[in-house]
Design a protein around this ligand. Sequence first.
Ligand code: SF4
Ligand code: SF4
Length: 316
Amino acid sequence: MSQEVLQTTIDFFCSHQNDVEFTWHGGEPLLAGMEFYREVSKLQKQWISRGKKISNFIQTNGSLVDDEWAELFKEIGFFVGVSLDAPASVHNRLRTFGCGTSSLSYVLRGISKLIEKNIFNGVICCVGKRNFNKPREILDFFLDQGIKSIKFLRIKGDEQEAISASQYADFLFQIFNLWIEIDNPDLEIRDIKSIVDILLGGEFRECTFTGRCDQFATVYNDGSIFPCDRFINEPRLRFGTVFEPYTKVLIGENFQAFLAEMRVTKELCHGCCWSSLCNGGCFKERLSNEKGNICRANQKLFEGIESALKKYGLLV
Ligand code: SF4
Ligand code: SF4
């Protein structure tokens, strides 16, 4: 991303919002280099001094994180999430360097440096054919590494690796039961935490349960704006660019069509007893061919978790 696009992106959002969260993604975002993030911090400080609240998250494969990177992220206040698959045998198969060597030891080294600096934002672990039937091994692996914040992501679309919505919901339910069994208050499984928290009247919600996909935007290298990164380069969802006035983008045809489509899909939830929890779910998934299966799988998961919470006397 050029200096011009970077500055314009920061100005575009910070000039119209009081509380902005930036998440830096790649490819591998550390390849942008340390100077890039120093510049980000410098540009954002101009807005912070005007009273804006700005947070930064970065999602990396972790293999490049060393003392210098950890020190920099600590200094500029970035929280760092790492992509790490589990158990180790699965990571070793799926995440290798060009030469075929596993990245695992480098990733774990990076995570330990982030934990040391107190800027570790947990792992994202992909769940597919190789590991959906290994929930206990997955949690044991993470806990052995001192990793207590986990988000799971279902692998879709890849014939070799993908699992169905129903297999994924069953996996999450087993993870929920293990989480209860382990009974470690520091262990945060973000997908489960959202459901439990909402059922118990709390407020923690992953984006999937907010019903506010319009609050997320992805800016590409050329400054073009799309919804969240699940909608990679879908031309009908290109809202405009950061070089246009903010209000022009908001009243633009594509953004308005996106809002209307969100409203219509949400209306389909009318009558579903889980709508106050689920809020229409992930908009990207609601547009997919498997939306019916996803709903059925999620409803079964919600029911299972609700019954268990009642059984444990946590919910009446
Ligand atoms: S489970 Fe399906 S129908 Fe029910 S609220 Fe969620 S998305 Fe809507
Ligand atoms: S489309 Fe899905 S992933 Fe994207 S913001 Fe909405 S809920 Fe989140």
